[in-house]
Design a protein around this ligand. Structure first.
Ligand code: PLP
Length: 371
């Protein structure tokens, strides 16, 4: 039986065109800093990918620095200056949440039960800022719930107080339209492997005119902001994945329908014992996050794994201890529903796969409910 991949928010498979491009680039070894012909060719390929990214995000007014992925780009944002205060909600990805620059006060603001930031709480917290030297970081789409955040409104509040706003766009990019000018962001983060590009490459975008401090020093690559020999093949592959986004956007409705079909079937089986998170707010179309009353998410994950279905549990197992999801904690979800599973669909998932998922979920449900 083929493996069913319902875990595309974790990572995606590179597309055939991306793979072909990566192979092509690896067939000639060149350093994009070299001034000979092959070096210039590599540099041109990188600039092409940079332009692709700029076009996709309406980022002509932004500097784009290629990084090793979303994690590094998020770190670059939070370490870009000696901020006195950094604001973020508890539901941010660990590559924001675990960044605690020295001598910087971290302030968190509330998230409502739908997984959307509380703008009033943000405004109240910002009212107490002592100086404009602060940064607010808000992901556009949450990786667990898919909930889309009111970034434009948040940016207004931040700018009114003279601060800067960063957004982790990793889970939104390629799933909803993103326009940096429209959102009025100062910094943004994207990652290639969530959009069928290769792993190990991403980008940090900075509004022109804002000076950022590098985190990695060396030969002065990326205009001095991110040293290290450029990852030509990965960047070129990322560029192709970006070019393929338009085609993917045309399939998003089909993905949404499949997600909604799964949710309605699960609801028919689970009734009052199942809840779907962020179902009543704008969500990325491929993501569904739900909990069965008192069902352990790790056991569920294993049950699906044994049946060759890849999903994700909304809790992380670290050093053998299972921690409740920070995202659900931020939403104040009742303990009996705080053990959730996430499915995240991709363009190639089919109705047959959805039916198989529902069948396997029903097996699990029946065991739990009969207990
Ligand atoms: N931000 C979000 C919301 C993510 O989902 C991820 C990856 O899981 C990252 C950042 C990190 O990106 P990368 O894996 O490229 O370091």
């Amino acid at each position: 039986m083929n493996i069913i991949n319902f875990d595309h928010n974790a990572s995606t498979q590179v597309s055939p065109l991306v793979l072909a491009r990566i192979n092509e680039i690896y067939s000639f070894g060149a350093n994009s800093s070299s001034s000979h012909g092959l070096g210039r060719k590599a540099a041109m390929i990188i600039e092409g990918a940079r332009q692709d990214l700029s076009n996709a995000l309406n980022a002509a007014n932004y500097e784009i620095y290629f990084t090793s992925g979303g994690t590094e780009a998020n770190n670059m944002a939070l370490f870009s200056d000696d901020f006195e205060q950094i604001f973020y909600a508890k539901f941010e990805h660990s590559s924001v949440y675990n960044v605690r620059p020295r001598n910087c006060e971290i302030i968190d603001f509330a998230v409502d039960s739908n997984g959307v930031i509380d703008l009033n709480d943000l405004q109240n917290k910002l009212a107490q800022t002592k100086s404009p030297n602060f940064l607010v970081s808000i992901m556009l789409a949450n990786n667990e719930t898919g909930a889309v955040q009111p970034l434009r409104e948040a940016a207004k509040l931040v700018h009114r107080k003279g601060g800067l706003i960063h957004s982790d766009l990793v889970q939104a990019f390629g799933k909803i339209r993103v326009d940096l000018e429209d959102l009025n962001l100062d910094f943004a983060t994207v990652s290639s492997h969530k959009i069928n590009g290769p792993q190990g490459v991403g980008a940090f975008l900075v509004r022109r005119g804002i000076d950022v401090r590098p985190m990695i020093f060396g030969g002065g690559h990326e205009r001095g902001k991110r040293s290290g020999t450029m990852n030509n093949a990965a960047i070129a592959g990322f560029g192709v994945a970006i070019q393929e986004l338009e085609e993917k956007f045309s399939k998003l409705n089909k993905i949404r329908e499949l997600r909604d079909f799964i949710e309605s079937e699960i609801k028919k089986i689970g009734g009052q014992n199942v809840i779907f998170f962020s179902q009543n707010v704008l969500r990325t179309p491929n993501t569904s996050y739900f909990a069965l009353r008192n069902a352990d998410s790790q056991t569920q994950l294993i049950h699906f794994d044994l049946n060759q279905i890849m999903i994700s549990a909304g809790s992380a197992c670290s050093s053998g201890a299972i921690k409740a999801s920070r995202v659900l904690q931020s939403m104040n979800i009742a303990p009996e529903f705080s053990n959730a599973i996430r499915i995240s669909l991709g363009c190639n998932n089919t109705k047959d796969e959805a039916l198989r998922f529902i069948e396997i979920w029903k097996e699990f449900h029946d065991k739990i409910i009969k207990k």
